[in-house]
Design a protein around this ligand. Structure first.
Ligand code: SF4
Ligand SMILES: [Zn+2]
Length: 319
């Protein structure tokens, strides 16, 4: 019952946490908050379970949620990340009045950098200039892949690579930073196809982004991916594949292996997951891939074999 009351409390954020992050090449103390908005207006992506988090939050509620989250801050915090399980720059989701109030309060609190997430269509001259006129901002966009066919038909993302490039230019031309999220293993792709797609996407996105963030597809509730997973048609990516993608990208790339080692999350054999996930987390701060080569496990051969077999299975994922 207590849990239910908390869910319905529109004056409190979904969650808030502190972390040490790599910010423009340096370690910084960050506060991340997820605000409960009405939710993503698009709400169609096959792996996204955020729809269940939406609620009719008003401008006042959103500012109250922000204030509540900021109570977890302290003078060490220089970076604030505001996520909404949707788009911070969508005025239907985050009313302009609430957006501007939050920006002002961040400036008053002495925060030196803001990170927000948004779909590219809400990256307009007005929204970008407003954020940047108040504080340095990183605009994170869920590009997922550089391949328009996969993004459109497999992920159902509803925008093109060119839309991302245009939004990126809008941000860069005004002095902001861009983060591109990439998805390792959209449904229907074999392990090898997914790994190669993430590598080529990282190379293409890097030209338009200051930092990449690799998301390892996990099985969220009430999604197309969950239905496929229940039918045995989807396996989350191997952590070995994630290492290969991270190793192949020359520029800054971060990755939070959410749910690593669980059936719904990215996993190897169960024995080596914790060590590999920890190496990925350490890499976020060091950007050093050399410790990856020391990781080994018997399942690495299985992973290689599986990818070789899938090449001969006429596109049917085997796992
Ligand atoms: S992944 Fe992003 S754009 Fe897609 S439905 Fe979820 S919140 Fe919306
Ligand atoms: Zn293993």
């Amino acid at each position: 019952m207590a849990k239910l009351d908390r869910r319905l409390d529109l004056k409190r954020p979904v969650t808030v946490w502190r972390s040490q992050d790599l910010v423009e090449g340096r370690e910084a103390s960050a506060l991340t908050m997820i605000l409960r908005t009405v939710g993503c207006r698009w709400n169609r992506c096959t792996m996204c379970g955020y729809a269940s988090e939406g609620a009719p939050a008003s401008s006042e509620d959103l500012v109250a949620q922000f204030e509540n989250a900021m109570q977890r801050s302290d003078p060490e915090v220089t970076v604030v990340k505001i996520y909404t399980s949707g788009s911070f720059l969508d005025p239907q989701e985050m009313p302009v009045a609430a957006r501007d109030e939050i920006l002002q309060r961040l400036e008053a609190a002495g925060i030196s950098k803001l990170v927000i997430e948004t779909r590219p269509q809400y990256v307009t001259r007005e929204s970008v200039e407003k954020c940047l006129s108040i504080l340095p901002t990183e605009f994170a966009m869920g590009l997922e892949t550089s391949n328009d066919l996969i993004r459109e038909h497999v992920i159902r993302k509803g925008f093109t690579f060119q839309d991302f490039v245009d939004a990126s230019e809008t941000v860069h031309s005004r002095g902001g930073r861009v983060k591109a999220y990439l998805l390792l293993k959209p449904p229907s792709l074999s392990e090898g196809q997914a790994m190669r797609d993430a590598i080529s996407s990282a190379r293409a996105a890097q030209e338009h982004a200051d930092v990449l963030s690799l998301n390892l597809c996990n099985v969220q509730r009430n999604t197309q991916v969950e239905r496929m997973w229940e039918r045995g048609e989807f396996r989350p990516p191997w952590l070995w594949s994630a290492l290969e993608v991270i190793k192949s990208v020359p520029g800054p790339i971060v990755c939070d292996p959410v749910g690593a080692g669980t059936r719904r999350g990215p996993h190897n054999c169960g024995l080596c997951d914790a060590a590999v996930a920890e190496a990925i987390r350490v890499h976020d701060l060091t950007q050093d891939v050399s410790p990856f080569d020391k990781l080994d496990c018997e399942c690495k051969a299985t992973w290689r074999e599986l990818m070789a077999l899938e090449e001969q299975s006429f596109g049917t994922p085997l796992f």
